[in-house]
Design a binder for this molecule. Sequence first.
Ligand code: IMP
Length: 430
Amino acid sequence: MSQRLVVIGSQWGDEGKGKITDYFACRADMVVRYQGGNNAGHTVVFDGHKYSLRSIPSGIFNPKTVNVMANGMVVNPESVITELEKLHEQGITDYQLFISDRAAMVMPWHSQLDGAYETLKGNALIGTTKNGIGPAYCDKYSRDGLRMGDLLEPEYFAERLKGALAVKNPQLRLLGLPEYDFQEVYDRYMEIAKVLGHRICDTSDLINRALHTDAKILFEGAQGMMLCIDHGTYPYVTSSTPSSASVPVGAGISPKWIDNVVGVAKAYCTRVGEGAFPTELFDERAHQIRERGHEYGTVTGRPRRIGWFDAVVARYTSRLAGIDNWALMLFDVLSGLDKVCICTGYELDGKIIDYPPSTVSKLARCKPVLIEMEGWKEDISDIKDFDSLPEAAKAYVRKIEEITSVKVGIISVGPDRKQTIIIDEKLKQF
Ligand code: IMP
């Protein structure tokens, strides 16, 4: 029977999922992306080379791995082509990649609308990646969207495109944005169909067949749980659900297959874009962590905001996504701090609460209840097993396990694949 593993971000994205998914992708027969689009930015480092992935699954480096961009994603075909071209330039030419015929397509007007909405909001902007993710999901749900499979049927595509432009062009006109000419878009997308057409298929069928073999299947989440459209810090969220709960719908499989979930969490917290962030640090320590952890956005280059590990968020995301193990990332970055803190609760209007409130206005009033622990000075980036970590570092890990009631199954002490301590036995088997 197949082995399944879901890897999700458990904070505000950028937790280092790229490294963990890459680690397991090397061992996986199939890697599936099931939500989000090219708003994600994974950096993968191995053999001294650095690769950036946006919408393509992390198994792309292994010729034997089947990579799937499933129906829950919003796929920007132009971006996929650019990504593949970059990989080709870096010598990655032998791979297997399939794209769902049911995946919503990100069209050029989506990124323009994304940018325009942000501008109109003024100071209340979301801080999106401006890749058109929100508008593409909106069109999916308002049924004005085009899907990847439409590209395979030129006449049907033409019909769908006319329908989409009938709705979109008046909106663009109202916003003072250039309108789209049917023929130009049609011709361009028929060119795209020539490049990507052979990769478009019923990926739900592909995945379900693999589930009934002894394949190792990795479901690769994008963004993080606090950016979830339902459970995150709305409206400062992305437009999909980055949870393990998205896998069944987003990949076209039964929920019964979801039984092993890794929540990737930084040993501290970061977020890009706007929105309340209770454990945010503003002093020299934030600067130190940002520089040591190279905390600048992969997609936008923006400096990330830095905060202490937030166990309120960790407990919440574990509850929502059924997290079996934490992968504690960038643990080496905390070395050198005199003291390290963990947030165990929030103080909201004089009361202590142990969950994130539903509105950002309340969240903005939350003050972190922190416990302070001894830091450690040692460089831990070459450590290969848990027992060899400094005592203070071990105590920090144990405290996170105790407060969140979830084991730390993986500790990452550096960007390279080799700098990964796997503690959990089931994860060692994958
Ligand atoms: P969007 O997904 O481009 O609409 O952006 C909405 C919010 O999600 C913004 O705050 C983005 O910075 C954030 N976001 C989207 N994708 C990622 C990601 O992969 N990592 C971290 N933040 C992300």
